[in-house]
Every structure is written in C-alpha cells, then in structure tokens.
Design a protein around this ligand. Structure first.
Ligand code: S3P
Length: 431
C-alpha cells in the first residue's frame, strides 16, 4: 500500500519559528497539523506573531514574520503542551530578546530536564528562574540583548540543546559555538542557512562542532515545503516489516536526512526488505524521497551509542520489533531515552513484560528476547505518543489482543495514526 505521513515534527516547529523571526512573509506547506506544532504556533502567537490556524492536510500557510527584534512579551505563561522541542527552541529564542516569558506544559513535559538548555542560556547572559522545582518547568526566562558569545560543550548529543544555543545566538546577536559528542539531527543548521545565517559544522575535538558566525541583522523569509516525518513513517514501515501490512508499505515524500534514517538501516539488518529513493531536495534543503519496506524473517539486532542519535525517537519501535525477532536484541548507549516524553527505557520494558515478552532494563538501554507467543495485555502510555504508537504496531498484528490506555496520545505527532493502522491491517486481510 502506498501512503503519505504527516509533516515532520522537528522541521515544522523550526519552520514556524524561523518564519516568525524573518523580515517579510514566509510561505510554508506540508506542516504537521498535530499537538506539538499547535503548541509552538500558539506560543509564537502569544509572542506577537500573527500566525493563522495551521492548515489540515499540508496546505499552504503564510506567516507574516515580525523580524528578529519584533517579538513582544507574552501576557500569560506559554503553555507548550507536550512539546520538548518547542519549549527548548523557544527558550533559546526568548533568551536573546530583552523579553520575559514563563514556560509551562503538561505533566510529561513538566517532568523533563531543562537545565541542559537553561545552563548555556544563563552563560550567555539570560536569567532563568525555576518557579517550582529546579531543572523543571514551569520556569521564567528573563531575556537579554545582546547576549554574550558562547562556546558550549554539551555532554549529550541533542539537537534541542544545540538548536536552543544557535537560536539564542541569532536573536541575541552573539557568536554561538556548540560541540556535541555525536552529530544530532541538523535541521536547524540547514534552515538557518536558507534564511541567510552563516552556520558551519564539522568534526571537532571530542565530537561534532557547529558554529553560528556573524549573526545577521535580518532573516530572509522562507518558501518551504516540510517533508513527511520519517519518525512517523517508521510505524507503518515497522508493521510492514512484521508482515502485518500485506504486500508491504511504500511511504512517499518523506524526509531522508541521514541524521534521521538509522532506523531504516536497523530494519534492513533485522532482515526486512528495505529500499529507498531520494527524489529531490525540494525547497526545504532536506533530502526527500520514497521508502518501501516488505516483510522478512526478523532476527535480533544490536544498536549502540554510535547509531543512537540518528534513531533516538525510533528506539521504542526497535524494541517492539525485537519482541517478534529471532534471538536477543540489545540497545545500549541510549540513556537519553530516560528523558523523553516518558522514561522510555522503563516504559518500554514494563509494557513488553505486561504483554508476556521477556525484557530487561539496562542503565543505558534495554534487552529484549523475541518470541512467537501471542501478545495479550494492557499498555500504559504514560503521556508518551511514541509509546502509544510503537505498541499500536504490535496491536495491529493478527492474533494480538493489546489495549493501549491512551490512544489519543498519538495526536501530538501523528493525527490519523490509528485509522492508518486499521487500513493497513484491512489491506493485509484483503478487506
Ligand atoms: C528533536 C530532537 C530530539 C528528539 C525530539 C525532537 C528536535 O531530542 O528526540 O523528538 O526536533 O530537535 P534531543 O535533541 O533532546 O535528543
């Protein structure tokens, strides 16, 4: 079956932010119409950017940018919902303005660490006030302009940390250099290049180095199409790999940036039939193409820290695939999973066990023993969209009797997910 998936969540939020900061009107299409995109758009509106409602179905949105100095202080707290990306990137944006803003979010977001972004922003000259608990939302940022230049070494590979620092440099007119232990997704760097900022990146001592040099006084508006989200495509592709989607699945128009596609390499290593064609670079400066996956006899896999940043969001899915693969699979070097929308190491292991699968937590990953026994039980989502969807893939397999406690969690990144799973299952059964 040939399908499309919603717009990329990471790229959508960056496009909304940079279009808001540009001088002039940007033309965006293919945006995710999901909870996280809505949260970021809502926060930008509260900061004074007149963004209309996000179009459903990828239609065009014109964003009248207010310029790098055009944001205004929000009248009330910015409610970021479930969006860690929106929160951390906008913390960077606000830090470089002279504005004050309070950030808050849902229970999942309020349990996630924020010092990782607060510390470099403080070093640049912004003041961070923890309102209830250190390292957690709600927090207030008292921005400052101009900011001090920074050369930051992040202990973890994180595009959110890197992007927050680059965006602070952009609004705070300051040199911003970041070294991360491994290269994380590079959408911010690509998009900054398109709007006219000078970003260089290269291997550096102790990891991957990115620099925003000579921050510009103004940004060019964007004419930009957001590609489909490879992290959303991963779910139907996984169902195809497991044989739950008939002849297989082809996802068209999906982002194939190498900093995001390690899941496809893992699927192939596990024994699925995977092919991809990179069709064009589009107006997005991102590789876009089509991916096809067909079922294979799946075998166990090992994923280690080298590979982790390029499939960080797909690791719950690798774990559920491992539950149906021959042998024992390992994921290591992935302690960051404990800081996602839930502690994904604990949540995945608890849910696999609830379905009768043998799985163990490791401090920085997990081990899963594959089996063919029927999967029966209740999955606890813990407010985490990717947990809901990873187990939704298992639930779509013939013979499984799995209930997901909060299927609605999927809507932050993949509205229409359950309907799609249903139609792939129907196609597999010739309905
Ligand atoms: C994202 C970066 C990743 C990823 C998240 C989106 C981004 O987080 O898990 O879903 O858009 O920059 P980290 O940067 O914290 O690893």
């Amino acid at each position: 079956m040939r399908i499309r998936v919603p717009g990329d969540k990471s790229i959508t939020q960056r496009a909304l932010i940079l279009a808001s900061l540009a001088d002039g009107t940007s033309r965006l299409s293919g945006l995710l119409h999901g909870g996280d995109a809505e949260s970021t758009a809502g926060a930008l509106r509260a900061l004074g950017v007149p963004i209309a409602g996000l179009p459903v179905g990828g239609g065009e949105l014109l964003v009248p940018g207010v310029g790098l100095r055009g944001l205004r202080a929000p009248a009330s707290a910015l409610d970021m919902g479930n969006s860690g990306t929106g929160t951390r990137l906008l913390m960077g944006v606000v830090a470089g303005t002279g504005l004050k803003a309070t950030f808050t979010g849902d229970a999942s977001l309020r349990s996630r660490p924020m010092t990782r972004v607060g510390a470099p922003l403080s070093a640049m000259g912004a003041a961070i006030h923890w309102i209830e608990t250190e390292d957690r939302l709600p927090l207030e940022i008292d921005g400052c302009h101009p900011l001090r230049p920074i050369d930051w070494r992040s202990p973890v590979a994180s595009a959110q940390i890197k992007s927050a620092i680059l965006l602070a440099g952009l609004t705070g007119t300051a040199f911003a250099g970041v070294t991360e232990p491994r290269r994380s997704r590079d959408h911010t760097e690509r998009m900054l290049g398109i709007v006219g900022a000078r970003v260089v990146s290269h291997p550096g001592s102790g990891g991957w180095r990115v620099e925003l040099r000579d921050p510009p006084e103004r940004l060019e508006p964007l004419d930009f199409r957001v590609p489909g989200d490879i992290s959303s495509a991963a779910f139907p592709l996984a169902l195809a790999a497991l044989g739950g989607a008939g002849e297989g699945v082809e996802v068209t128009g999906v982002g194939l940036n190498r900093t995001r596609t390690a899941f496809l390499d893992v699927l192939a290593r596990m024994g699925a039939e995977v092919s991809r064609t990179v069709a064009d670079n589009g107006a997005s400066g991102e590789p876009i193409g089509d991916v096809t996956v067909r079922a294979g006899a799946l075998r166990a896999v090992s994923v280690d820290e080298e590979e982790v940043p390029a499939l960080i969001d797909e690791l719950p899915l690798v774990a559920v695939l491992a539950a149906r693969a021959e042998g024992e699979s390992y994921i290591r070097g992935a302690a960051e999973l404990r800081h996602k929308e839930s502690d994904r190491i604990a949540t995945v292991v608890r849910n696999l066990r609830a379905l009768g699968v043998e799985a163990d937590e490791l401090p920085d990953g997990l081990a899963v023993r594959g089996s063919r026994q029927p999967l029966v039980g209740m999955v606890e989502t813990r407010g985490d969209h990717r947990i809901a969807m990873a187990f939704g893939v298992l639930a779509a397999l013939p013979g499984a009797r799995i209930e997901v406690d909060d299927p609605g969690a999927a809507s932050v990144s993949f509205p229409g997910f359950w309907e799609l799973m249903g139609s792939l299952g129907d196609a597999a059964h010739g309905v």
